[in-house]
Design a protein around this ligand. Structure first.
Ligand SMILES: N[C@@H](CCC(=O)N[C@@H](CS)C(=O)NCC(=O)O)C(=O)O
Length: 209
């Protein structure tokens, strides 16, 4: 099976979850990272069927949508439950939660008025994100003995949250506190543990700039 995963050269969770899953699973894929100049053409030549990315091409056929791609790559890599429908739904739940959190960020990222943007980021830091991160913390608490989001081993849910939290609290977005995870002990430990996995460290060393 020939796989081409298409997303700009950024370790954003929407693509990085699937890239990393394939890497961990030892599944060969072409890691296509179009430049800013190449993207407009891809919007019109059918590469991005909904005008958005990531996109995964499987033997020339296209899968769009972050969650669909993550599930597909998770299944190929052994990082998505294959015989437990409840566990599979719980993984989906976490990925959808990552999407919801990303959507919370969008208005301030698109805001062009600096004063309004600062106010929005303050509200995100102080109120909105702590509420949503609390939901993730609660999921870890419910699955406490394992340190993973679902079941007793790593899944694409863990990879998605790991990259999402690195983005939110990594000092990448002006005005969003880098101490955001401090109030969430299980999420903080989860973040560290995933970062320290040998395959994750190898991938980060290889691809993150
Ligand atoms: N529903 C899509 C949303 C993907 C999305 O918003 N991608 C962003 C990049 S992270 C994008 O394509 N932005 C450009 C645009 O919307 O025109 C998914 O789940 O993959």
């Amino acid at each position: 099976m020939k796989l081409r995963l298409i997303y700009p050269d950024l370790p954003f969770w929407r693509a990085e979850t699937s890239r990393l899953a394939l890497f961990i699973g030892g599944i060969e894929f072409e890691d296509v990272r179009p430049s800013r100049e190449e993207i407009p053409k891809m919007r019109t030549d059918g590469t991005f069927p909904f005008g958005q990315f990531p996109v995964l091409q499987v033997d020339g056929k296209t899968i769009a949508q972050t969650g669909a791609i993550a599930r597909f790559c998770g299944k190929l890599s052994g990082l998505y439950p294959s015989d437990d429908n409840y566990a599979a739904a719980k993984v989906d739940e976490v990925i959808d939660l990552c999407t919801d959190i990303t959507i919370q960020m969008r208005p301030s990222i698109r805001e062009t008025d600096p004063k309004l943007r600062t106010e929005m980021r303050k509200e995100l830091s102080e109120t909105i994100l702590p509420r949503w991160l609390g939901f993730l913390e609660k999921l870890l608490e419910d699955n406490r003995d394992t340190g993973f989001f679902v079941g007793s081993s790593i899944s694409v849910a863990d990879l998605a949250v790991w990259r999402l939290c690195a983005w939110i609290s990594g000092g990448i977005i002006d005005g969003i506190s880098t101490n955001l995870l401090e109030g969430f002990p299980l999420l903080s430990v989860h973040q560290r543990e995933i970062s320290n996995l040998p395959k994750v460290m190898e991938w980060v060393k290889k691809t993150h700039k």
